[in-house]
Write a protein of this length. Structure first.
Length: 346
């Protein structure tokens, strides 16, 4: 029995198994070594000058990844002139992960701060689901309008690893490992199913073979369907997959990444619909002008690359260069295949 997709399935399982296994080991190690001697939670910090008083506090000294962290910034304007804007810069550093800077946020408060009146700014942030265990340093710096920057306020909180994350990693490891073992032991299971003396063992082997054949048939049908997609259908399918990824990313607390994925989804859907309209028009009324080989896909990829690049300020020119190489490769691929398929004349 030929199994054309077994090799690619095995590679995919390895690509999933190795990172998941590595991540699980790292998370467990960090969880066991999260407690550092001399580190204790610090939940309140305060600074005072002749013009303003700032206080930064955490509602709880510890949180679990996935929970919502609540923090308060208390402001008392000691200046006779009301303040109408304060800029804040928040930096988060993982003290137990080699001092790694994990986040930096710049926000502003535009409410009116009157003389002698205490104003409280409440910050509620969902702690990312994938946050490892350890102590985290929060450094807040305030810059009121017309006043110099205030001293940095520092808090230390403890974040514990989510049990749901550990369970998810173990489930993914078990699933990919089980699938990989079925692929690697397929011939052995076939021999056991045909020649094993124990009827129970033979029945189990046959059931596992049936499961593997069912999964492989589904993979084959999915791959064949994707290969037969038109350019517009490929962009629509990619948009749906990215949208699902955005939803999963949002569930683990990575709101910024989820927003970027949602924007890419919108771009993919727009390009997909535009290509579908072009394809429908070409079927209804054949176009007189034809390109020497398909250029609509690389042209759409180039437009998608430019849209993504100019819509995000965090992308470097390296992304643009790598995407351009991929687009050129896609553009030349039909031409290369056509040259290879030509019969050679001797």
């Amino acid at each position: 029995m030929k199994r054309p997709h077994a090799k690619y399935s095995a590679i995919l399982c390895c690509l999933l198994l190795i990172p998941m296994l590595t991540a699980t080991i790292i998370y467990i190690y960090l969880h066991l070594h999260a407690g550092v001697p001399g580190l204790e939670p610090v939940t309140v910090a305060e600074s005072r000058s002749e013009d303003i008083m700032l206080a930064f506090s955490a509602v709880n000294p510890s949180y679990v990844a996935g929970e919502t962290g609540s923090f308060h910034i208390d402001v008392v304007n000691l200046h006779t002139t009301p303040l109408r804007r304060i800029d804040f810069n928040l930096k988060v550093t993982a003290l137990t992960i080699f001092g790694l800077r994990v986040m930096e946020v710049n926000e502003s408060s535009t409410r009116t701060f009157k003389h002698g009146v205490r104003e409280t700014i409440t910050i509620n942030r969902t702690i990312p689901f994938i946050t490892p265990s350890g102590f985290y340093l929060l450094e807040l710096k305030g810059k009121p309008e017309r006043l110099p920057s205030q001293p940095t306020l520092k808090l230390t909180i403890y974040i514990g690893m989510s049990n749901y994350l550990l369970g998810l990693l173990i489930f993914l490891i078990f699933t990919s490992g089980f699938r990989l073992s079925l692929i690697m032991l397929y011939d052995r299971l076939k021999t056991i199913g045909e020649a094993a003396a124990n009827p129970i063992l033979r029945k189990v082997a046959i059931q596992l073979l049936s499961l593997e054949d069912l999964v492989e048939d589904a993979e084959g049908q999915l791959i064949s369907a994707i290969k037969n997609f038109s350019t517009g259908q490929r962009f629509i399918f990619s948009g749906i997959c990215i949208l699902i990824s955005a939803a999963l990313t949002l569930t683990v607390g990575l709101e910024g990444l989820a927003e970027q994925l949602a924007i890419i989804t919108y771009f993919c859907l727009v390009l997909g619909v535009a290509n579908l309209i072009w394809e429908y028009r070409k079927e209804v009324k054949p176009l007189k002008f034809r390109l020497p080989y398909p250029l609509r896909l690389p042209l759409s990829l180039a437009i998608l690359t430019l849209l993504i690049y100019f819509s995000s300020s965090s992308l470097s020119p390296t992304f643009l260069m790598a995407s351009s190489i991929v687009t050129i490769t896609v553009a030349l691929n039909p031409y290369i295949k056509k040259r290879r398929c030509k019969p050679r004349v001797f």
